[in-house]
Design a protein around this ligand. Structure first.
Ligand SMILES: [Fe+2]
Length: 374
């Protein structure tokens, strides 16, 4: 990187990763879950039953293999062992570790408390229905640094699916994306509902969602995800960016798409590495689950930061005022479009919900970013 071989054309995954081609490129469409797959019923769409019933589920096949060895091949021995070790030491810790001190997403008694309070005051059902009504938002990104051939290039941005605890929202997502036109899809993390334990149901759900998305799809991990999900996600055709960068080419012009590993909880992000191959003055996009690294991204000269994590508060007061953003971040960066120095940022409020699958005054979203030259 960069180089001709490293380029990722829309509809094609890059070949920069040693050993990457062998797992994804050859005939990967043949192995993907059929596009006809839908969430058939609440009972078997996302849970372990679906895994047992669908022998074509590639996540399950990979689950049976030696994931640490695969990660060492994919990431290098040092990174793989370091990442797995940090996860092992700090998984689902409520206090300490990470950017902020308190991690409500790791406090599992909170589920029961919030759910019961909402049921008691009669708002739980409404909150669940709100969480399943996804809106499509549009964001125009204008830049003189964008090559003219990328004028009109459209990126579909999906964040915070928490796919195994938001089945209704995922059904709505699949309906929505079917009618959208985009050149590239990015996913900014949090595929799993919980922050610990099994990830198979999340992979099963992701396989169903992925089957309804057009190539190419890129992603980064969130604080709810384990690095062990990487082989499964990549096997289904989601090219994960772990402090890495790819080139997106149109004719003889190009932009850069970089992504970092989780910066919020595991703190395994490396923006310097991800951005090191971006040529000075060229248009570059950074994917990060959390927008909390906005300063580092802006001073690393990224033009656009796409992120999620905050859920926009998820449970907000009237006027979309969040009670908490679970992050160390200026409030205006908690949802939607913002700017810091020369960098445009966008914080998706997410398509799923976490802790409890409810939303108030903060509808879930998927976003189409329209790039414009000038
Ligand atoms: Fe999330």
């Amino acid at each position: 990187m960069p180089g001709q071989d490293d380029r990722a054309m829309p509809g094609q995954y890059d070949r920069a990763m040693p050993g990457h081609d062998d797992r994804i490129m050859p005939g990967h469409d043949d192995n993907r879950v059929s596009r006809a797959v839908v969430f058939p019923s609440p009972k078997n769409a996302l849970g372990s039953q679906a895994c047992e019933q669908d022998p074509t589920d590639r996540g399950q096949l990979l689950m049976n293999n030696d994931i640490p060895r695969q990660l060492e091949q994919r990431l290098g021995r040092l990174y793989a062992r370091q990442r797995l070790g940090i996860e092992r030491d700090h998984e689902a810790q409520i206090f300490g570790q990470g950017v902020n001190f308190f991690h409500p997403e790791n406090w599992y008694s909170a589920h029961v408390v919030i759910r019961n309070v909402l049921k008691l005051i009669g708002l739980y059902g409404r909150g669940c229905r709100n969480a399943e009504r996804i809106v499509v938002t549009h964001n125009e990104v204008r830049s003189k640094q964008l090559p003219p051939s990328f004028d009109g290039f459209t990126i579909l941005h999906i964040s915070d699916l928490h796919v195994d605890m938001n089945e209704g929202a995922m059904r709505c997502l699949i309906e929505q994306v079917g009618g959208l036109h985009y050149d590239l899809c990015v996913m900014t993390g949090d595929y799993r509902g919980k922050t610990f334990g099994s990830f198979q149901a999340a992979l099963n759900g992701m396989a169903v969602v992925r089957a309804h998305l057009k190539d190419p799809v890129y992603g980064v991990l969130g604080n709810h995800d384990t690095i062990q999900m990487i082989p499964g996600l990549e096997a289904m055709g989601i090219r994960m960016l772990l402090n890495e960068c790819v080139v997106i080419a149109r004719g003889d012009q190009r932009i850069y798409l970089a992504g970092i590993d989780d910066a919020h909880y595991f703190r395994v992000d490396n923006i310097e590495k991800a951005g090191s191959q971006v040529q000075d003055g060229e248009f570059s996009i950074l994917l990060s689950h959390t927008p909390e690294i906005y300063r580092q991204a802006a001073y690393a000269n990224f033009n656009l930061l796409l992120s999620g994590h905050t859920h926009g508060g998820q449970i907000c007061l009237p006027g979309s005022i969040p009670i908490t953003l679970d992050s160390v971040l200026p409030r205006h960066m908690g949802a939607g479009r913002w700017q810091y120095r020369n960098m445009i940022g966008y914080t998706s409020v997410g398509v799923g919900s976490s802790i409890v699958p409810v939303r108030f005054n903060c509808p879930p979203e998927i976003t189409l970013h329209h790039l414009r030259h000038g």
